[in-house]
Design a protein around this ligand. Structure first.
Ligand code: NAP
Length: 299
C-alpha cells in the first residue's frame, strides 16, 4: 500500500509483516492525513525498525459502504483507521467497543484493531484543546466558548470544553433538530447550566460583548471558496479569539473577518496535527513527534 487512494474494491490483504493504517471518508482526496502520519512513522522507524513496514493510506468510501469496509479492513490486516465526513457518527453501531469519552461525544474519529473487532475513540476533542493552546494560547478552564455547528466535530468540541471546565458554551447550528439532539446528549453528562443554544441566524446580542470569547467554527462552511461566512463578526469585541477548524483553504472568510476586527485567529492545522499524533500514539503505543507531523504536512 502506498500513499495513493483506494476504493473499497481495491482493498486487498496486506503482505506478511506489513501493517496498514488509513483514513476513510467521502470526499477524501483533499486529506492531508497520509502526509502527517507517514512522516511521523518514518521518524518512529529511525528508532524502531518494525515501523518501516507501517504505511498510512486513504480510502474513498461512501456512507453506505462503511458496514462492508470495516470487516474487510479488519480481515486484511489494517490495525488503525481514522474516520472523517460522513462516517464519525454513523460508525457507532458498527463498533465492538467504544471509549467512554467518545461515547459522551457521540462521535468517533479513530478506530483501533482489537481481537473482537474495532474499538472506537475520539481524538478530535484532545486535538482541538491542544491546537487552541498552541495557536491562540487559549486555556479552556473558565473560558466562554461559542461553537458553530452541531455535527461530529462540534460535538467533540463541546464535550471537550465542558470536560475541561469551561465557564459556558454557546452552541449555534443551522438545523434546530440536530442542535436539540446535541444539547440533550451533552446535558445528560454535564448538566444544562453551562450550555446555551440558538439557531445560527439568531445570535443573542450579548454574545458579541463577551470579553475573551473563544469562537470555534465547526461547520463545514468555508471548505468551498464560494461559501458564506457562518456568522458576521462585526460588533464582536476585539478580545475574541477565533479558531476555524477548516485548514484547507488556510484562510476562510471567517478568518478574514477576524483579521479585519483585529482578533487573534488561527486555522485548524494545529488541531489536525494534534488529533493525528494522539491517534498514532494509540496505534503504535509509541511516542509520536508532533514536529515530524508538521514537517510532513508542510512538505
Ligand atoms: P458534519 O458532521 O457533516 O457537520 C457539518 C456541520 O456544518 C453541521 O453543523 C451543519 O449544519 C453545518 N453546515 C453544513 N453546511 C452548512 C451551511 N450551508 N450553512 C450552515 N451550516 C452548515 O461535519 P464534521 O465532521 O462535524 O466537520 C465539520 C468541519 O470541521 C469540517 O469542515 C471539517 O473539515 C472540520 N474538521 C476539522 C478537523 C481538524 O482536525 N482541523 C477535525 C474535524 C473536523 P446542519 O446540522 O444544519 O446540517
Amino acid at each position: 500500500m502506498h500513499d495513493n487512494q483506494l476504493t473499497l474494491d481495491q482493498i486487498k490483504p496486506l503482505a506478511d509483516g506489513r501493517v496498514g493504517l488509513a483514513v476513510l471518508g467521502f470526499p477524501i482526496n483533499h486529506s492531508l492525513s497520509p502526509h502527517l502520519h507517514n512522516a511521523a512513522l518514518a521518524q518512529l522507524a529511525c528508532h524502531d525498525e518494525k515501523f518501516k513496514n507501517w504505511k498510512y493510506g486513504k480510502v474513498e468510501l461512501a456512507a453506505s459502504d462503511l458496514g462492508k469496509a470495516l470487516p474487510k479492513l479488519w480481515d486484511c490486516g489494517y490495525k488503525g483507521l481514522n474516520l472523517t465526513i460522513p462516517h464519525k457518527v454513523e460508525v457507532l453501531p458498527l463498533l465492538s467497543s467504544i471509549d467512554p469519552d467518545a461515547e459522551i461525544m457521540g462521535a468517533v474519529n479513530t478506530l483501533v484493531w482489537k481481537e473482537d473487532g474495532w474499538h472506537g475513540c475520539n481524538t478530535d476533542g484532545y486535538g482541538l484543546e491542544a491546537g487552541l493552546r498552541e495557536s491562540l494560547s487559549v486555556e479552556l478552564e473558565n473560558a466562554q466558548v461559542l461553537i458553530l455547528g452541531a455535527g461530529g466535530a462540534a460535538r467533540a468540541a463541546a464535550a471537550q470544553c465542558l470536560k475541561s471546565r469551561c465557564k459556558k458554551i454557546w452552541l449555534a447550528n443551522r438545523s434546530i433538530g440536530r442542535l436539540t439532539e446535541v444539547v440533550h446528549a451533552l446535558s445528560k453528562t454535564f448538566g444544562s447550566k453551562r450550555i446555551q443554544s440558538f439557531q445560527l441566524d439568531s445570535l443573542p446580542s450579548e454574545v458579541g460583548n463577551i470579553k475573551g470569547l473563544v469562537i470555534i467554527n465547526a461547520t463545514s462552511l468555508g471548505l468551498k471558496r464560494e461559501d458564506l461566512c457562518p456568522i458576521e463578526l462585526d460588533g464582536f469585541d476585539p478580545s475574541c479569539k477565533v479558531y476555524d477548524m477548516i485548514y484547507n483553504p488556510a484562510v476562510t472568510k471567517l478568518l478574514e473577518q477576524a483579521k479585519y476586527g483585529k482578533m487573534s485567529h488561527a486555522n485548524g492545522l494545529s488541531m489536525l496535527v494534534h488529533q493525528a499524533a494522539r491517534a498514532l500514539d494509540l496505534w503504535t503505543q509509541g511516542s509520536v513527534s508532533v514536529s515530524s507531523m508538521y514537517s510532513g504536512v508542510r512538505a
